[in-house]
Write a protein that binds this ligand. Structure first.
Ligand code: FES
Ligand code: FES
Length: 154
C-alpha cells in the first residue's frame, strides 16, 4: 500500500505495509540513517524523531500512523536553536560512543523549543526518555544548560 508522509519538509510516497515501523521507513526506504536502532520496543529513546513537533520513538510508530504527518529527523533539524545546541554538544564533548546521541539531541531540541530555560526537573522529565549506556548524562545536562543560559552551566 502507498502512504505519503512529510519528512524533513519533503513529501515522500512510501510503498510498504502500514504496520512497518517508521524507524525502518526512515532508514531503509529514505536512507535517513541518522535515526538509530536500539531496543525496538519504544523503551530506550535512541530512535527519537519529532512528529508534528513532538518527540516520538520511531520504532513504536507505524507508517500508517505517520502518514500525513510532519516528521523531522536529525538530518532535518535546523535553525538557530539546533545550531546552538549542536555547538554546545561539540564544545562540551558530550558524546562518548555516540550511539544514543541522535535521540538525546532530538529530545533536547524539543525540550528547548517548548521550554527555553528548563530547570532540572523539566530536563529530567524529558531526557529520562532517552537512555545513554555510556552515562553521559552530566554532560548532556550541561549542554542543555549552555544552550538555554549561555555561560550558566549547572
Ligand atoms: S529503538 Fe526505539 S525506543 Fe529503543
Ligand atoms: S554516548 Fe554511548 S550510549 Fe550514549
Amino acid at each position: 500500500m502507498a502512504f505519503t508522509l512529510i519528512v524533513n519538509g519533503e513529501s515522500h510516497t512510501v510503498r510498504a505495509a502500514g504496520d512497518t515501523p517508521l524507524l525502518w521507513v526512515l532508514r531503509d526506504e529514505l536512507a535517513l540513517t541518522g535515526t538509530k536502532y536500539g531496543c525496538d520496543s519504544g523503551l530506550c529513546g535512541i530512535c527519537m524523531v519529532h512528529v508534528d513537533g513532538e518527540t516520538r520513538p520511531s520504532c513504536a510508530m507505524t507508517l500508517a500512523e505517520a502518514a500525513g504527518r510532519s516528521v523531522t529527523t536529525i538530518e532535518g533539524l535546523h535553525g538557530p536553536l539546533a545550531e546552538t545546541l549542536r555547538a554546545a554538544w561539540r564544545e562540551l564533548e558530550v558524546s562518548q560512543c555516540g550511539y544514543c546521541q541522535t535521540g538525546q539531541i532530538m529530545a533536547a531540541a524539543a525540550l528547548l523549543a517548548a521550554s527555553p530555560a528548563p530547570d532540572d526537573a523539566q530536563i529530567d522529565r524529558v531526557m529520562d526518555a532517552v537512555v545513554c549506556r555510556c552515562a553521559a548524562y552530566r554532560r548532556i545536562r550541561a549542554a542543555i544548560y549552555r544552550t538555554s543560559r549561555p555561560g550558566g552551566e549547572p
